[in-house]
Ligand binder design. Sequence first.
Ligand SMILES: [Zn+2]
Length: 199
Amino acid sequence: MKCPYCGASNASRVISTTHDARGGTRRRRECRQCGQRFSTYEYPVQTMPLVVKVNGSREVFDRDKLIRSIRMACAKRPVPASDIERLVDEIEARIRQLSNSEVASRLIGDMVVEGLRELDEIAYIRYVIVFRELNTLQAVHEEIERLLAHSAEKNGHGPKREPETQTGDPAAQDQLTKPAPLQAKETPSRPPHERDLPE
Ligand SMILES: [Zn+2]
């Protein structure tokens, strides 16, 4: 290790060693030549797969860029920075678990969407509008409808979602789209949402 003050090589002694949450090691050193103190950091080299963008180009996974894009979606929303960090940690861990040399940017975006849906619904909608390139009010409206159905389901009440893809003959489909009137599961005190009403 070269002293940043006098340039002497391998003349420093380690005064203290500390470890941080990311698995790094910080060493406080003192130069035997000039007596100045400085620190060195050691981090394990973690290889991340290349990110394949929609246009087919590849780039190095950039954690800071990912954090920035999520922060932008969370602007002025009550989302703690620590929650964003944790979401990105989870995404990084999941990407590593795939053990592929490449990962589609679309897949990373899907992971962000999934995480934001649980963190903050407004941030989720903002992100989805950009990420899925929703450019009509109708598309945004449909996304909000899906989100409302999801949060109603998560909270244990509200309309049961119909399967998104329906196959089979029209008669069977008819049965699927016209279920029994209102589910008795609905709590009586809660006014029915518009879409609960029979057509
Ligand atoms: Zn020195």
